[in-house]
Design a binder for this molecule. Structure first.
Ligand code: NAI
Length: 505
């Protein structure tokens, strides 16, 4: 089956934030669209809202006034589901409740043609469950848009157990024609994005709970070293802690309490307090008038540092050496095991062990561990931790060296994997398990994380870049440190490493 003809009638049920956005996308792609909501007047109101959005596009010169009128004319509010006999595709975006959505699908099945596609925009319910009990479960599929639907490129096309494979292809091609970036996903808890993204929030929450650093510092590190658009605290303040916490709880429960998805008491406390984020004026940060965002913690040093020694291959840290060289730093190179020495200090990329543990195990004095950066050539900030016996002078020299490379240096407590490294390792781990379990292809999973939540790099490609073996050892070390199921490495990482292959291909 090819993509839906772009003159085919599309119906959208539920005229809330998502339904209105989806109706706009379909109408902009040329479809006549009928919009239904069981709240009287809501569909017509939503269409007025869409028209205002289109008006803004006209003002910005991104749409002609004629196109605006044509799109507006394609949108029709309807008062009854009886007006759907000619629809070729119905997308429901009503309240997130399994029994209410199942009841709606039963009503649609009684009114729509047998070959009409029934799609759900659900973000957490099983497509298999939604389709169960219908006469034609093979025509039920997930079409999961992201908010705001007109702006966000990603659409997860989600197949349940009974969904016809040709239907997934049709909706994939249709989403493409609508200017979207579709991916295929199997109906499993959280689909791709809401599953693979869990560690992004979970690791920051864990670091905060264990006193690694404050919110502003952890957020700044994910942004300025990790290359993420926002840190986990500012992002969950924006999403709303009630919403974010509910998604985590739903994925956790759906996986029978797998500790990898365990919700955070820190976030629950915010929800309990009604500190839901921006929408209530207070979350991790205050949004009261005049409230100032706290500054990230930073170390400074006046230590005169003119020379350092590179021992062996620094791997992904190498651009940092080039940065130092460009600043006129004297650099001696000699054989060794990937260490950077300055004065009394020894600097190394974290491998997921505690600094104190690594100092003792590897016989290193004054050990300063560096966090991961997306790109050491352009990062503006970096986290460091140090072993308990590191002298103040050595720490000062390490800070001076990094500052000379133009980095703001953020101190974090001696916790395994620092901030960006453990977040990326855990994202890659979750993505690997999703591949292993056939939720999506490596390409689709990486694409989904870039297009759906704006990650700077797909987690699998990121792990490939770091080395699958290195990523695996970070996770092994995290698991050893915590002794928790949560950090268990995916079998796919272990197998790919054993085979000498790559995750992304
Ligand atoms: P919303 O609360 O803004 O809109 C839901 C609309 O559905 C309301 O206008 C309501 O009157 C209507 N409605 C409720 N029951 C109905 C019924 N039985 N028949 C017809 N209309 C009914 O909700 P929102 O945020 O638009 O979410 C809708 C769906 O999209 C949910 O399944 C949600 O999980 C999913 N979703 C939401 C995203 C978001 O960021 N808000 C992102 C992706 C998916």
């Amino acid at each position: 089956m090819a993509a839906l003809d772009n003159h085919a009638l599309v119906a959208v049920i539920g005229a809330g934030a998502m339904g209105a956005g989806i109706a706009q996308v379909a109408a902009q792609a040329g479809h006549p669209v009928r919009l239904y909501d069981n709240r009287p007047g809501a569909a017509a109101q939503a269409i007025e809202g869409i028209d205002r959005q289109l008006g803004r596009l006209v003002e910005k010169g991104r749409l002609t006034p004629d196109n605006r009128s044509a799109i507006r004319a394609r949108l029709q509010p309807i008062d009854s589901l009886d007006d759907l006999a000619d629809a070729r595709l119905v997308i429901e975006a009503i309240v997130e409740s399994l029994p209410i959505k199942q009841e709606l699908l039963r009503q649609l099945e009684a009114r729509c043609a047998d070959d009409c596609i029934l799609a759900s925009n659900t973000s957490s319910l099983s497509i298999t469950s939604l389709a169960a009990g219908l006469r034609h479960p093979q025509r039920v599929i997930g079409m999961h848009f992201f908010n705001p639907a007109p702006l966000m490129a990603l659409v997860e096309v989600v197949s349940g157990l009974a969904t016809a494979p040709t239907l997934a292809t049709t909706l994939y091609d249709t989403a493409r024609n609508w200017g979207k970036q579709p991916v295929h996903a199997r109906s499993t808890p959280g689909f791709i994005v809401n599953r693979v993204a869990r560690p992004f929030y979970a690791e920051s929450l864990r670091l905060l709970q264990e006193g690694a650093a404050d919110c502003a510092t952890l957020d700044a590190l994910l942004r300025d070293a990790g290359g993420f658009r926002m840190g986990a605290f500012e992002l969950t303040d924006l999403i709303g802690h009630d919403v974010n916490y509910a998604v985590t709880c739903s994925v956790f429960e759906a996986f029978y309490g797998d500790f990898r998805f365990q919700p955070s008491l820190v976030q629950k406390e915010l929800v309990d307090a009604g500190r839901l984020g921006r929408k209530t004026g207070q979350g991790f940060y205050s949004y009261a008038d005049g409230a100032e965002r706290p500054e990230p913690a930073a170390l400074t040093s006046q230590a005169p540092v003119e020379h350092c020694t590179v021992e062996g291959d620094l791997g992904v840290l190498q651009p940092l050496v080039e940065r130092l060289r460009a600043k006129g730093m004297g650099i001696t190179e000699r054989a060794g095991s990937g260490l950077l020495r300055v004065g009394d200090a020894t600097l190394a990329l974290s491998d997921g062990r505690l600094a104190s543990q690594r100092a003792r195990e590897d016989g290193l004095r004054n050990l300063v561990l560096l966090d991961l950066a997306l790109d050491y050539a352009s990062a503006t900030r970096l986290a460091i931790s140090h072993d308990a016996e590191c002298s103040d002078e050595a720490l000062d020299q390490a800070v001076a060296l990094l500052a000379q490379a133009g980095l703001s240096v953020c101190p974090v407590a001696d916790l395994p994997g620092l901030v960006v490294l453990r977040t990326v390792a855990m994202l890659a781990n979750e993505a690997a398990d999703a591949v292993l379990q056939g939720v999506g292809t490596p390409g689709d999973i990486d694409l989904a994380m870039r297009a759906g939540v704006n990650y700077p790099r797909g987690p699998l490609a990121w792990a490939d870049g770091l080395g699958v073996g290195f990523t695996l050892s970070v996770l092994d070390n995290l698991q050893r440190s915590y002794g928790e199921e949560r950090y268990r490495p995916s079998l796919l990482l272990r197998r790919t490493h054993a085979e000498g292959g790559r995750l992304h291909g």
